[in-house]
Design a protein around this ligand. Sequence first.
Ligand code: UDP
Length: 332
Amino acid sequence: MHVKAVVTGGAGFIGSHLSDYLVARGHRIVVLDDLSTGSETNLKQLRDNSSFELVKGSILDKGLVDDLISDCDTVFHLAAAVGVHTIVDRPLQSLRTNLHGTENVVEAAAAHGARVMVASTSEVYGKNDADGLTEDSDRILGSALKSRWSYAAAKGLDELVAYVYGQETGLPTVITRFFNIVGPRQTGRYGMVVPRFVSQALAGEPITVYGDGAQRRCFGSVFDVVPAVVQLMETPAAYNQAVNLGGLEEISIRGLAERVIELTGSTSTIEYVPYDEAYGEGYEDMRRRMPDTTLAGKLIDYRPSRRLDDIITSIIAHGQPAVPVASPAPSP
Ligand code: UDP
């Protein structure tokens, strides 16, 4: 099937890999990206491909969003303000983009009868550190007055917008909850830990572990997740559901720092940075975040296969530009 797809946020990390994958499978795509955190470099391999077009613009531009979506069958909506540093530094702008931008995209998809995938995040589970979060696990967010939770709150509402549109209008929607997805092209500039550690290790700088480093994450590969996203959109049983997508191996952040040092052969040391210094006063981190991907397994036979060491090695091979040291954010 050669469909025309719109990929919002297609110049970003996951979006650019998704764009590569779609074009390679014979889809014609239009990427809508404001290049705020994404970059044209991520799409340079597609520049001369006649199945690809890049439109530089914002998802807050309702007319533009409607115009692009009027002419497509499928929308992959990945554009968002992302990264903990972005969210705590510019909470209002992040909220606007993540709330109104998604509303514009879903509204246009419903108006024009396009299927829509809305990218969500494991952040919606908040502080729930259950052993294997399932799609109906409770969300446990902190105080409504802490801007740190604005990303989780906005993404939770984005999910509801997609879900309710799906229920009321029959719009085929899929909500994908990404759990710490990593890989080449991800930048550490906005907070993401793996590219930050790789960049620091390659430069021989101290690896900045926030807090005590005992917090745990399960990192998933972008190369496992991208085909899954496309498959979900082609699977009617997945419509109007939220689906976890992530990896298999859980590791502490201190353990991650040690793996990165070993795999790069770096002389870097580990420096423990208090959360307040890293993110601003009152920051609350998740102690643990582990996905249960049984639903994706049932729907599309999702079986993530990349090992953490291989993922880290592919990121090292890609190289990492230096990341700025985290600047304390204003108090929430
Ligand atoms: N982190 C860290 N050092 C850094 C960046 C992040 O120790 O330079 C920690 C962060 O506090 C969190 C984990 O690494 O506990 C994952 O952070 P990331 O922003 O990648 O994703 P999150 O899971 O917070 O969404």
